[in-house]
Design a protein around this ligand. Sequence first.
Ligand SMILES: O=C(O)CCC(=O)C(=O)O
Length: 467
Amino acid sequence: MYYGALVELGRSCFTMTVSEQRILKSFRLLSTDAKELYLRSAVPVVDSPVSPLEFYRDWVAPNLPVLIKGAVNTWPAIRKWNVQFFRDFLGKKLVTVAVTPNGYADAIVTGSGEPSSEYFVTPDERVMLMSEFLDALENNDQYPGVFYIQRQNSNLTKDFPELVTDVGRDVPWATEAFGCEPEAANIWMGDKRAVTSMHKDPFENIYCVVSGYKDFILHPPTDRPWIPYKKFPLARYKEISPGIFDIIPCGNVQRNNNNSDSEKENPQHSYCNDCPGAATASSEVCSKEKALHNSFELIHNNLGEESDLSDGFVNYLSKLEIDDCVKAESKVLYKMYVNEHKVKTTSHGGPCQVCNKENYKQTLTLSDDEDGCQDASQTSSHSLSASIVPWICIDPLSPDFASYPQYRNATPIRVRVEAGDVLYLPSLWFHHVQQSHACIAINYWYDMQYDLKYAYFQFLESLVMKS
Ligand SMILES: O=C(O)CCC(=O)C(=O)O
């Protein structure tokens, strides 16, 4: 059993089995080795310019973050972009804004119902004039809620094409180092109360601040054993009257808040029908994928053959006349899909990690016949009952060490990114983000390499889940 879970259950090290103690020791060795051999206690700072070769050799290859001072100082956006510019230039533009009561979008929130329950809550997404958004930003005492432009659907290029010339479609030295164009370019602008909760992404992230600053708390991937996850029912915020936000559970949610990292504690985690154990297990993996499949099918049916699932999924969703809740769920599922299954959609494909079936790639591309999970998902009640989101359940700003003592072993690294600076945030690093008021930032997500590092991380992940 996972050490954190053991402590949570009040078991001391003396009651662990020998193999449990060995695994714990190995997790500790991994952390110590990482710290002694290559991690730094702070993010190193270098001056711009960096050559693509040095950038790749010194930071990308060893999967280490670096702050590059002044790397985008020459962008026209640095001298042009501020609230007034957005008002003058884009005031009449319709923009999609994430609105939450407290600044936490895509985060764990405790509902007020009886018994109270925790949810993974997505924001109330509102389309408004840019000028209205700026009014809310400038007079936030008069506007209930916290407003944040944070769409993460490559919203720079898709929603704000008129701004691209001020920053560029990519960061040329990064594009040269990664050997590919960015998969997405996002713009972030909002209230200082807006917080991005701790998570990790399967992308190489080139994070550029244009105005104000961003504060990051980072954890290396080797901290995974100390970072607790739990499963939460999916919900979304809805403002029911000015300033009053309701938490609307999505679909037929199963309250399952006690599920933590350990698969042993979560008998629902299971397999494709063909896999050993399928007969007795209700298939969470498969129902999750079935939910995705259905979401994709919905889009496919609405948009026809040309709908490319990997491109602009969120954009397609936003155009569809479907319930907001289904949209919210589809976005989360898509993120989970990208996070957990992306490797299977790349050209090298690979077998299903659950059942080891080859051609798994087709599973998620609307190909009914080849869906290895389909039988199982047909027997499981798909509907929206797959609305369970695994998410990190610790807040690094005020860690609950009583519930998660293992987090004391983790190594948070803090870094402030100021206007003109670029943070290279390597793939698989956990991050939590805060900002100054009306901070404006652009980030470029480049595809990560599914290499040894990824394979080792998956191995660690599976050890954490299974131990
Ligand atoms: O700026 C933010 O609020 C979050 C950024 C982030 O999570 C990312 O770039 O992956």
